[in-house]
Design a protein around this ligand. Structure first.
Ligand SMILES: Cc1cc2nc3c(=O)[nH]c(=O)nc-3n(C[C@H](O)[C@H](O)[C@H](O)COP(=O)(O)O)c2cc1C
Length: 498
């Protein structure tokens, strides 16, 4: 079969007949238009053209094979005949590329906040919008981190701290350090290699990686990139179609995943307005800014498009179904109150992650570190503290944050955005350095606290008297002043574009 020409493809550029080119092959997506979770408008923008650059960050590479009937796979295109669109010079993009050229060297990043500051300058606006945004006024997102400032240490002196070990176990797996890479969707928005950067860095540092359901790389690519010794967990968004969920979970277990983390805080996606605004400026060029077919409904915003399959009817009564599917340890990710932790114990869960999704879901949901103190008190009162492993995530930026969580009783902590920022700016090497910095901080602070192993960390090393006061509205830290985006009002219309 000969290759299709650009002219042949270009003829199919409407709702009546819509072809797109992805990685040198043409696909007939006419019938799929109304079903596209991101809406049809975004596909029509690329009708009759090459859509690869837009497609790649949002869709795992096996998407078309999985979801588009073979009869719609039209075969290779002679790319030399495809009309190359004259792109107008985008001054903003030019400035960004200049900032990339002037990016600091990796060894000039001394802590996780440095990666965030660099990433803000060099990331594409839509990627920054997606990664950095929190829900509504971003109170919970900021409080997640500032809550750690309310806990101070009570260090011990004159302890022999020559040898310090920071290794521990998580869900039965020995790990080098009590943090893991938590699940974050759409890795290729930040870096062309996507989540695989996180896999490689996790291998280097013997850190667990939680694989997101909504990864940009395919699940198998992420598992293929791991070393034999490396541990991965699966984060699960539960599909309305339980057969799909069954297949995902069984496949993950067959491929060696060692834990199932069911996300329970996202029956509907939170309203991340910063993200919505960044898409608006792009005139809906990103899948996440559209919802439904035809007209663009920006009121629903961002991540909705990629998450419309998530089952909002998921409830406690579904948990036995997951138990029947797998012998992996099961954790609920996104628990936000004490009695739900107790209920998780009663339901036979192996772990919970106290989390508010990095401040991206319910605004004014409690910061995990604050909740942890109450949860451990309730568990200890019942003698249940060994019945379930408790993890937290949200706002962890320093090893002191990790140590505080472990002192309060957490088995480990998840870290999201900092590794995404390190990856976006510097790729795998960036994530490796971020992890090394945390490990170095960890060892130093353990020593200064007078502790030589993780099991010596306990609540007696903390002063938590300040925990009940919320501090989000005050001036907080240097990131608040220099990196965090102010909450903004709608911009003026650009009359020249009309
Ligand atoms: C860009 C981004 C994407 C995320 N995607 C998911 C996801 O697909 N599934 C999920 O359970 N949590 C997701 N989360 C939440 C994280 O797993 C985690 O709860 C949060 O990032 C922790 O906060 P931190 O970013 O301050 O470390 C996402 C968070 C971010 C920032």
């Amino acid at each position: 079969m000969g290759k299709l020409t650009g002219a042949e493809v270009a003829e199919h550029s409407s709702t009546a007949s819509c072809w797109v080119v992805v990685h040198g092959k043409a696909y007939d997506v006419t019938d799929f238009l109304p079903e596209h979770p991101g809406g049809q408008k975004i596909i029509l923008k690329y009708a009759g053209k090459d859509a690869t650059a837009e497609f790649d960050p949002i869709h795992p590479p096996d998407t078309l094979d999985k979801y588009l009937d073979r009869s719609k796979h039209l075969g290779p295109v002679d790319m030399s005949t495809l009309a190359v669109e004259e792109k107008a010079v985008d001054p903003e993009e030019e400035q960004r590329l200049e900032r990339v050229r002037r990016m600091p060297q990796l060894d000039q990043c001394y802590n996780l906040m440095d990666f965030e500051a660099v990433a803000k300058r060099v990331m594409k606006k839509t990627a920054w919008g997606y990664y950095s945004s929190g829900t509504e006024d971003e109170m919970t997102m900021r409080e997640n981190h500032t809550a750690f400032h309310k806990i101070w240490f009570r260090p011990r002196i004159l302890i022999d701290v020559e040898q310090v070990s920071i290794s521990t176990t998580m869900l039965g797996t020995p790990v080098s350090v009590p943090f893991y890479v938590t699940a974050t969707a759409l890795g290729k928005l930040g870096h062309p290699d996507g989540e695989v950067c996180l896999t490689r860095a996790s291998a280097t540092h013997d850190v667990v990686q939680m694989i997101p359901t909504l990864a940009s790389c395919s699940f198998d690519q992420i598992v293929d990139a791991k070393t034999p010794e490396q541990t991965q967990w699966l984060q699960l968004y539960v599909n309305k179609d339980r057969e799909i969920t069954r297949r995902i979970v069984e496949h993950a277990e067959a491929r060696g995943c060692k834990g199932l983390f069911i996300t329970v805080d996202a029956p509907q996606l939170g309203r991340r307005e910063k993200d919505m605004r960044s898409k608006f400026a792009d005139q809906g060029s990103n899948v996440q800014s559209t919802s439904g077919a035809g007209a663009v409904d920006r009121s629903q915003g961002a991540a909705r498009a990629i998450s419309s399959f998530i089952d909002p009817s998921l409830s406690w009564k579904d948990l036995p179904f997951f138990r029947s599917l797998t012998s992996m340890p099961i954790a609920l990710k996104g628990v936000q109150r004490v009695d739900d932790v107790l209920r998780a114990v009663e339901a036979g869960m192996d772990a919970v992650v106290l989390s508010n999704h990095g401040g991206r879901q319910l605004e004014y949901a409690p910061p995990a570190i604050e909740l942890l103190a109450d949860v451990m008190t309730a568990l200890r009162a019942r003698g249940w503290e060994r019945k379930i492993e408790v993890y937290i995530d949200g706002g962890i930026r320093r090893a002191t944050d990790i140590i505080k969580a472990v002192c309060l009783g957490a088995k480990g902590v998840g870290i999201g955005r900092p590794f995404l920022y390190a990856m976006s700016a510097y790729g795998t090497e960036g994530v490796e350095r971020a992890m090394q910095l945390l490990k170095d901080e960890m060892e130093m602070n353990m020593r200064l606290l007078g502790c030589t192993s993780i099991d010596q960390l306990g609540p007696d090393l903390l002063d938590t008297r300040g925990l009940s006061v919320h501090s989000v509205s005050g001036p907080v830290d240097h990131l608040s002043r220099s990196v965090y985006d102010p909450l903004i009002v709608p911009a003026e219309r650009n009359l020249s574009k009309l």
